[in-house]
Design a protein around this ligand. Sequence first.
Ligand code: NCD
Length: 375
Amino acid sequence: MSLAGRHLVSIKDLSDAEIEAVLALAEEMEASLTQARHTSLCQGRIMATLFYEPSTRTRLSFEAAMLRLGGRVIGFAEAATASSAAKGESIADALRVLGGYADVVVMRHPQDGSTRLAAEHCAVPLISGGDGGHEHPTQTLLDLYTIRREHGYIQGQRVAFLGDLLHARTMHSLAYGLARLGAQIVCIAPQELRFPRYVLEDLRLYGCNPEEHSLEEPTLDASFWQSLDALYVTRLQRERFSRPEELAALEGSYRITPRTLEHLRRDALILHPLPRTTEVDPAVDGDPRAAYFRQAAYGMPVRMALIALLLGLAKVETGEPPQAHPSEEHPNLECSNPRCITRSEPYAPHRFYRTQGGGAPRCYYCDYYTEAAHA
Ligand code: NCD
């Protein structure tokens, strides 16, 4: 099997071998940038970028990647107001149309599960640039690339997640990727911002039991910080809080400063998907361990590799693609997630699956449980 013609909506859509294949081709793409190779690989192909939510790096690195491969780009940066979504057009109709104009579509949308629904109506490969607070698979590819590029390998790396683990889609997808590739995951978050239950369940199914710490714990001493290979930080995802008082209570609750760096090993990496707000002091930027701007730059070769593979213009043999859990429609069941796309697109089927871990059925689009108590 190859990746040609496939959608990428969750990091779970790729097998471990397929992730490795993207990273390997990304290395070649990175090298090709200085040698001006692959500059006509995508000649005659069009990428559509359909962004219903703000973006700097994801959209522009995808567009730069396509242009560097000799392809062309069309799209919207403010799809919610600048596209027919403002006139009430459904996601399904928008994608049915775009699939006829472009060879590959990149889409970002504020609702969880939106990109999975979109892919069902898109005749060409659809790549998610982030769906609400759910997943962000291409950020994960570049995060994994960064760790491998800077440290040489992923298996056994001890990676701490600091920040808004509840809402940060980059952290959900990255945790899955790291768990599958054999890294250790350490969570450091205020109680209110721990990983959602569904993420923790999936990590356990991958055989990964993340270590969980709160920020105030006395165990977060010098030896704890010394044990880390990488520290992955995110901003508070302000736009995903439904109650302003909850957000206000958490503002400024964590921050990386030059003092934090005193405890980290000399080869540790500080990673951040960006944008940063107050959680990383700019005084840290000059330290070679601050890898976030290098990480953002790796986004382009990684996305070049992904585009080439999904368009079938670079071929790799990667074995069988991963099997999704079998799912079924249950029109009378509701997803418990108020931000799920099935709540706002009335034609979206109520489709659910169960994991081998038991528990309540889970939404096929956003992975939440049918019962709020499990969310
Ligand atoms: C992230 C995103 O949009 O989820 N940014 C990105 O894609 N690099 C992180 C964030 O917004 O905090």
